[in-house]
Design a protein around this ligand. Structure first.
Ligand code: ADP
Length: 265
């Protein structure tokens, strides 16, 4: 039987875009990352965040708060459009690196209630993986059965896909070396945490700050909170620095301990 247990790699918006400048893609970084991902020997799923494309529009229109006023309808459309634009850069870079990639639009296949995915059509994704095609998903807006509209974060998609497809491993690429005791960009004395477990998280959560740049889906703590339940189900994850050349390649080739591991033990 063809092995379809996928490796899921998330490319943080902080890596592939410049979060301080609207609609700015880090094209060279993206190209390098795509080449590093091409080293993967297992079926691969790529998920990317919104960075300076999705987040500013989504927060301007309060999409994450749910539907309350008519102007949000245009905001919903515009946020999706911006994410599609970023997605095109990602898929193009993957194709240039020799990865047959294809976009799966999250808002068209995920059923969302109260900001959480309650079901998702996965048959096409499974078939793509079996064929050897890399599905690419992204943080998206979503019609929400109870709130009207919400934001479906790339991190939540990673968690859902990893659980439902039984991922071999999850790798989250960000622009810092992993999870620290505080935001390393504003706290010089922050220490890199090598491992997070459900037990150690209770203490760590108290001291950790969130992202300095305002983010519609929350910063680093939220990622850990998505990844811990996954670890408890047997899917290990690691947060690594995808902005540092070579790290992602080593991670997709199976190396452990390059950043912060999120494990159940
Ligand atoms: P992305 O959009 O790339 O998925 P975020 O911007 O949401 O990621 O989160 C990454 C950012 O979180 C880092 O750039 C870092 O400045 C910030 N951050 C906040 N708290 C922490 C922490 N405790 N450890 C590491 N990074 C943190």
């Amino acid at each position: 039987m063809i092995q379809t247990k996928p490796l899921i790699v998330k490319l943080g918006g902080s890596v592939i875009t410049d979060k301080q400048r609207r609609f700015s893609v880090r094209r060279e970084t993206l190209r390098r990352i795509a080449r590093e991902l091409a080293a993967a020997k297992e079926p691969l799923i790529v998920v990317h965040g919104g960075g300076s494309f999705g987040h500013p529009i989504a927060s301007k229109y309060g999409i994450a708060k749910g539907y309350a006023y008519k102007r949000q309808l245009m905001g919903f459309s515009l946020t999706h459009r911006a994410m599609e634009e970023l997605n095109r850069y990602v898929v193009d870079a993957l194709k240039e690196a020799g990865i047959p990639a294809m976009t799966i639009q999250p808002s068209a296949c995920a059923v969302v209630r109260n900001g959480r995915i309650i079901s998702m059509e996965l048959a096409p994704i499974r078939k793509l993986l079996e064929l050897g095609i890399t599905p690419v998903l992204y943080g998206d807006v979503a019609p929400d059965l109870s709130r009207g509209m919400s934001i479906l974060s790339g991190d939540q998609l990673v968690m859902y896909l990893a659980r439902e497809l039984g991922a071999s491993r999850v790798i989250l690429g960000v622009d810092v070396d992993g999870f620290y005791t505080a935001d390393p960009k504003s706290h010089k004395d922050a220490k890199l945490v090598r491992e997070v477990t459900p037990e150690s998280w209770r203490d760590l959560a108290k001291s950790a700050n969130n992202s300095k740049v305002k983010d519609t889906t929350g910063g680093m703590s939220k990622k850990i909170e998505e990844l811990l339940p996954l670890a408890e189900l047997g899917v290990e994850a690691e947060i690594v620095n995808a902005a540092r050349p070579g790290i992602l390649r080593r991670a997709v080739l199976g190396e452990r301990g390059l950043g912060t591991r999120i494990i159940a033990r």
